[in-house]
Structures are given as C-alpha cells and as structure tokens.
Design a protein around this ligand. Sequence first.
Ligand code: ATP
Ligand code: MG
Length: 505
Amino acid sequence: FELFRSRFPAERSRPFAETDPGTEGARTVTYGDLEALTGRYANLLADLGLKKGDRVAVQVEKSVENIILYLATVRAGGVFLPLNPAYTKAEVEYFLTDAEPHVFVARPESADGLREVADKAKVAHLLTLGTHGDGTLPEMAAGKGTDFATVPAQADDLAAILYTSGTTGRSKGAMMSHRNLGSNALTLHKYWGFRPDDVLLHALPIFHTHGLFVATNCVLLNGSSMLFLPKFDADQVMGLLPRATVMMGVPTFYTRLLAHPGLTREATAHMRLFISGSAPLLADTHRDFSARTGHAILERYGMTETGMLTSNPLDGDRIPGTVGFPLPEVSLRVVDPETGTALGTEEIGIIEVAGPNVFSGYWRMPEKTRQEIKPDGFFITGDVGKVDGRGYVHIVGRAKDLIISGGFNVYPKEVETVIDGIPGVVESAVVGVPHPDFGEAVTAVVLRKPGAAAPDEAAVIAVCKEQLANFKVPKRVFFMDELPRNAMGKVQKNLLRDAHKDLFT
Ligand code: ATP
Ligand code: MG
C-alpha cells in the first residue's frame, strides 16, 4: 500500500474511480477519498482484532468499496481473499473452512444464509457490503478515524490468497506475497507505458487477478483514474470509449465489441491501448479488430499463481496468435514433458517460469506445491507452448487438454486452427473423449456463422483429412451455438469432455 501511496497524485482531489459512469448514479472517488477510506476500513479491521497474516474473505458484487477493502486489508497486515460471487453456499463453505478467515464480508442479501457456514469455519466477524457503499462494513467504518499507521510488510509476507479459476479441476488457493504483487505491478505499468493521465475502462470482475491486480495496480501506481463498470456491457463500453485511453479485457469483450455496429476508427480514436488476456484471443479477432479500428490488440499471458508472464510489446509488432515476450523479470523455459530438459526454439513443450512474481505455493497444499514448483524455483505452468525464432511465446493449449490418441500426441490448438480456417466457422474446441481402441478419440465442437454455406460434419472432417495426419482428424464433429465459458471467458473443455464421454463406449 505504501508503494502505491507514494505514487498517488499530489493533488488528492484527482479522481481514482468513477463508478457507474455515464449514468445518473455516477459517483467519483478521489485519491483523497481512497486514502481516507482505506484508513477507516483498516482501523475497523484492526479494532475487530485482525492480526498480521489473518485472512479477510470477501464474496460481494463488484464495487469501488471492494477495492478499498483490498487495500485496507493489506494496510492492516491482513491477507485479502476474494471469492467469485457466483459461488454457491456449498462452495463458500469449502473456501471458508479451507482459509479460516478472521473476517468474512458477504452481500447484504446473502449474509443470513451464509451465517451457518461462517460459524462452522469459525469466522470471528461476518460483515456485509453492498454495491453502493451500503452494508455493515461501511456503516461500522464510518465512525473510525482516517489516519492509520500501515502495518509494515516484509517482501515475503502474504498480501492475498487468490483461488484459481477452476478450469481444470478444483480451485487452488495461490499464496501471493507483497513482493509477488508489487514486482509484477511495477513491471507491467512500465511495459505498457501507463501515465498519470491514463483513464482505464474497467469492466472486468475483481475477484480475479486480471481485474483486481493487473488492472487496478497499474492505475494505482500512476495515480491514473478509471471508469469503473459493474460488468461488461457492449453499449455502455462503446459510449465510454471516447473518455478512456486503455481497456483491459478478456477475448469475449473483443468479440462482443466486434459485433457492435458502432465499433469504428472514430469511436476508438481516443484510445491508446487495448489489452487482452485470461484466455486465448483468436488470431481472426485480432485481425478483424485491427481492420475495424486501426488498433492492434496487445495480448499478454499470465496466471493467478504468477501474475503476468509474457506480453506483446507496446512498441513493435503485436503478433496475432502469440502472447509476446517474457516480461523483463520473468525467466521462461520450454521443457520436454517426459525428461524435463530444456527445449530449443520452435520446439513444443511445457512452459515453466520463475521470477519475483511467482507465488510461494498453494494454501495448505504442500504436496501439490512440491509437485508444481521445482527445486530450482521454476513453476510448472501446465501450459503447452513454444518460443519462436523472434522470441515470441505461443501457447498451444494446456497439458491437461492434450489428447493422446492411439499413442500419438494431438495438440488441440493445431486441429482447432485448421477447423477455424474453414469458411463459415467462427471457432472450435477440440477435446479427447474415451475410446476403447484409441484410448482417446479426437472430437470437435464447432460454432458456425449463421447463414448459408456453413460446413457440416463430413465437410469439416474432409478439410481436416486434407491438412492433418490421420490420427489428428476428429472422429466426430458436433455443432453448438455457443461454447461453454466461465466468468473469465475461458472455454470449459471439461464440460465438453463430460458431455461426450460416452460417445464411443
Ligand atoms: P485452474 O488452474 O483452477 O484450472 P485456470 O488455470 O483457468 O484454472 P487462471 O489462473 O485464471 O485459472 O488462468 C490461467 C490460465 O489461463 C493459464 O494457465 C493459461 O492456460 C490461460 N491463459 C491466460 N492468458 C492466456 C492467453 N493470452 N492465451 C492463452 N491462454 C491464456
Ligand atoms: Mg491454472
């Protein structure tokens, strides 16, 4: 917090965030407010008996008070633990009993229903926070002083526990230290050329590293401001682009903007930078966006456990279908999945990373931590990729999505790229499903463009046969209107595998 505060604008009346911008309920929170309110909230947390290292778990809707609570928690020496508001009572019970927070902050309307699980997890204080500064937390904080002596933090002290998205299995709590978060924020704001006069259009959720740390920390380090939206709405975003300079989004933001007739060069003329991450951005989306707006989307790659790892350059070629170069503080290598030895340029293998941004381990999962962080400090990301001759990193998928059919490795991305190239196809997802002879059978799920000339199953298979070795060709092709995605826009391949698991058995 003190790192951020040292960079707040001298003029504390400068805006930090405008909430519900462009609506009647618009409200501006200044840097002065931020300083005072984090002080009040931190005083409240300290009065509630929060000690260094204690967790503050939070399951609320997006609000600027939620950001204030994040900063107040670290000011008070606590560990911030945000939870997706979509989690059910049973899921919340898992997280609370796992994390044993001292304080749990819930939505005003959910608090009664969650009291039982909070008690079970021995939570000392259950507070509430609404979206407009309402709830028992702001009420109780209102009477507290604004001065608070920030609890000094060592670099290795925990600042947050962030649960992963749960795309490949049960979410794991990644323990993030002050060093992890601070170093990544310092690297990113510089790499992306953040300036005090930047205005970030913030439409991401803030229970995830992307919206909470990547976006917010870049703003805080420059005393910049943000237009803070409760969620992504294409009409609203289009209306605000003329006031913004930077937007961070997941790929679905960009496909939805492309579907908006108002997206033009003029409409995006005030913007300096569009950034994408959290899931692969289709090369087609990148090209279409450039053609419509003149802006080359900057794609970057990162994880909950590591913060951001690679990025396309601010100046220089932003290459569609790549995630750019390892960031200055990040060491990245591609290794052979069997032997663990480092591979050369253009060779596909597992991506491993090290750096001050890489987490220290999974909360209360020492075994899992030992499996995934090697003795030399490199973390096994579980992503499969390569580094090309120019040093750009390409992600071809996740190790867990790799298909082994008849003893041969099939990288889904390679098959998806061929299918996506067929006229009439929007996108595709290729998964392996159990097969009695082959072990797994390559199976494709395809999204077609509405209208004429869309290919059928036989046509998709025919094109794959022309372009791919036989073992990579899908045995079956299914069509869907939409791919199942989670809150971060990630395709949930586990759901597709489940849906088709009995296909060949
Ligand atoms: P879990 O670990 O619980 O299965 P998750 O890995 O989806 O869930 P996150 O930490 O939110 O949880 O996501 C990190 C993953 O997102 C990366 O490992 C990578 O697979 C994917 N990812 C992020 N950015 C990109 C990108 N630009 N291109 C491709 N994949 C990306
Ligand atoms: Mg993961």
